[in-house]
Design a protein. Structure first.
Lengths: 198, 166
């Protein structure tokens, strides 16, 4: 009998009844280490396009020129995976997300990319579109046009003896212009990303 | 506003019935929905109930990049849901196709092309808090004063048709 009274006394407290009827889990806060969509830090973008190269998803990040004439990356929600690779790859720390930048500072790590050009000789029809379209080829040899034959040995690729030859693959920056202009998809640009620690 | 309407508003705020459908995703977003049901996020304390039966549902949650097989089925499912209803897409796939949107992929995003979508939750996958927050924000927008809005709309169309006849 005594215990029943004790229980009743406990359960009839206003505090207990209130807690029982209006119980809610506390509002959930986003932890600080959470990688959200990358945000701009305000540092100036040097237009190296490494974020666009490393992004695993089509059309998730684009580096666009603003009205003030400065380049800045734009993240497209609905495309972005929030993997944070663009934050890591950026040499100027233009983007930030979660604790990636701080962690990189501590670990002294960065991502470096090298690019490999692969030609499928069965598909290649030696039109030379890739060599003509290549912006780096254009800088090295402005006269390279039409047949894509060039007397300059410094170009990335050219047509010689009716064969597409690659001379300096290390100069490639991975813009993939050649891939887009190739009518047969015979040339492919592969990137190899290395994590470096110093 | 009539008393019945105000009661309906109040009740609908606390009982949002949800049905979810996967139209060809990797299951990541479905796991995130599952996390909403678990004790940590506990979707039922907000008055959201999962039934997985379109005839009882108010809100349809869609995950996935819309594969070809869903062409007629999703429309059918949408028609089964009684009014008032709304569709929310979860994840990147229903918006853009995300990582599946490659050359030769047999998908047809966005989902808003096939049925009217009220809200998108981007992210791959989105956090459970984002999912719960979106449902709770969207529900009053769609369901508040639904009968009154409908009556007003009906009156408007009637007036228009009468005007056209004259």
């Amino acid at each position: 009998m005594f215990s029943i009274i004790c229980y009743l006394k406990e359960f009839l407290r206003a505090e207990w009844i209130k807690k029982f009827l209006f119980a809610k889990t506390p509002p959930l806060v986003t932890p600080p280490h959470y990688r959200d969509f990358p945000q701009l830090t305000g540092k100036e973008c040097s237009h190296e396009l490494r974020c666009m190269m490393i992004c695993p998803v089509p059309d998730a990040i684009k580096v666009l020129k603003g009205e003030d004439g400065k380049w800045r990356p734009v993240i497209y929600k609905g495309h972005c995976l929030r993997c944070g690779l663009c934050v890591e790859a950026c040499p100027d720390n233009v983007l930030t997300s979660g604790r990636i930048l701080e962690q990189n500072e501590i670990d002294r790590t960065s991502l470096l990319g090298t690019y490999h050009l692969v030609i499928d000789n069965k598909l290649c029809m030696k039109c030379g579109n890739c060599s003509v379209a290549c912006p780096i080829n254009k800088e090295i040899d402005p006269r390279l046009a039409h047949n894509a034959t060039s007397s300059n040995d410094d170009v990335i690729m050219r047509i010689k003896n009716s064969k597409l030859t690659i001379l300096h693959p290390e100069k490639c920056t991975g813009c993939k212009t050649c891939e887009e202009t190739c009518p047969n998809r015979a040339i492919r640009v592969y990137r190899r990303v290395e994590a470096v620690q110093d | 506003m009539s008393i019945i309407q105000s009661i309906k508003n109040k009740v609908r705020q606390r009982s949002i019935h949800v049905c979810y459908v996967n139209v060809g995703s990797c299951n990541g977003c479905d796991i995130e929905i599952l996390a909403c049901l678990a004790p940590r996020y506990d979707i039922e304390q907000y008055g959201i109930y999962v039934h997985n039966n379109p005839r009882e549902a108010d809100i349809l949650l869609i995950t996935g990049a819309f594969t070809e097989q869903w062409e007629d089925k999703l429309k059918h499912l949408w028609d089964l849901i009684p009014e008032p209803k709304a569709a929310i897409t979860i994840g990147n796939c229903p918006v853009s196709g995300c990582a599946y949107n490659r050359r030769g992929a047999r998908i047809d995003p966005p989902v808003s092309k096939h049925i009217p979508v009220a809200a998108n939750i981007p992210g791959c996958p989105p956090r459970p808090t984002e999912i719960i927050g979106t449902i709770l924000e969207l529900a009053p927008v769609v369901f508040k004063d639904y009968e009154e809005k409908k009556a007003k709309e009906a009156a408007e169309t009637e007036r228009k048709t009468k005007g056209a006849k004259k």
